[in-house]
Ligand binder design. Sequence first.
Ligand code: KG4
Ligand code: ZN
Length: 329
Amino acid sequence: MVAVIVLGIETSCDETAAAVVSDGRHVLSNIVSSQVEIHARYGGIVPEVASRQHILSIVPVIQQALDRSGQSWNEIDGVAVTCGPGLAGSLLVGLNTAKAIAFARHLPLTGVNHLQAHIYANWLSGPVPLFPALCLVVSGGHTDMVYMKTHGDYNLLGQTRDDAAGEAFDKAARILGLGYPGGPAVDRAAEEGEHRFDLPRAWLRGTYDFSFSGLKTALMRLKESGQINNVYDAAASFRLAVVDVLVRKTINAARKYRAVNILLSGGVAANHLLRQRLTSLSPIPVIMPPPSLCTDNAAMVASCGFYQLKEGLLHDLDLDVCPSLNLAS
Ligand code: KG4
Ligand code: ZN
C-alpha cells in the first residue's frame, strides 16, 4: 500500500512548527522554531510579538521540514493545520499559510484541534494506542480528562476550574524565582529537593475536574511568610501536590470507564515525576510521547490530520480560526 504523507503546521502559541508525517505514525521531519528567548524578557508570551515572529518564521520552517523529510511537494498528500484553541493572531498565520499551500497545490486541507493533536503525539512512537482510551491532556492552557472511544470520538469528562496544570507550574516558578519557562524549571529544581512542605490538594471528589489555584496561593503564602528556606524542597513539594492529583484522578477515571490504555499528553506530560508515578501506579498500560513530542510541535498535528483525512474530514478555504475551541468540539 502507498503511504499517505501529510504536512502538519502548528502556530497556536509561541512555537512556529512544521512536520512531515507518513501514515500518521512515522515522523519524516519535525521542525520547531521556538520564540521562548524572545518572550523570556517579558516573563510570558506577548501575543502581538508572537504573531509577528510567526510571520517571519513560517515559510523557512515549512521549507526546512520539507527538505529534511526527503519528500518533494509532489509527494505531499494533504495539509493539516491547527485552527484552535490558541492565540488568534498566531493561529491565523498558520491557517492562512496552510490554505495558500492547499490552494496552490490542489491538496486536501484539514483543520485540527490543538488539544486533540496533543493526544495524537501518542501515535508517533511506541505501540499503537488501543481504544477505548482515557486521555489526560495537561498543557499551559488546559487540563482535560477525556474518554476517547475511537478516532474522532471524544468525551470530555472533566477539566480545570481555574489554572491549568502548566500554568500552575509557570506561576510556581515565578513565585520561587526559578525563571521562565516555568514548568521545566520547577521540574529540574524538584529533582534536587525533597517533599518537606505540606501543600493542599483539591480533590473535587465525585468529579473529574481539577483546581490548582489554591495550591498556588498556598505556595505564595509560604513564600511571603518567609517559611521557604530551601527552594528545591518547595519545588519538590509543589510538583508532588500537582502530580498526586493528576495521577489519582486519571487512574480512577480509567477504572470507571474501563479504558484499556491511558494516553498522557501536553507539555506537562514531559514532567519526570508525572511520567514515573502514572506508569508505576496505573493498573493498565500508560502510553506517553517522548518529552520532545509532549510540547507543541507539528508532527502531532500531521498525525491527527492523517486520521481526520482518512475519515473524510476535509475543510475548505473559508475555514476560520477558533481561539476558544474546546477538546470535544
Ligand atoms: O503543550 P504545551 O507545549 O503548550 C500549550 O499548548 O500550552 O505546554 C506548555 C506547558 C507550559 O506551561 C510549561 O511550563 C509546561 O507545559 N511544561 C512542564 C514541563 N515541560 C513543559 N510542566 C512541568 N514539567 C515539565 N517538565
Ligand atoms: Zn500545546
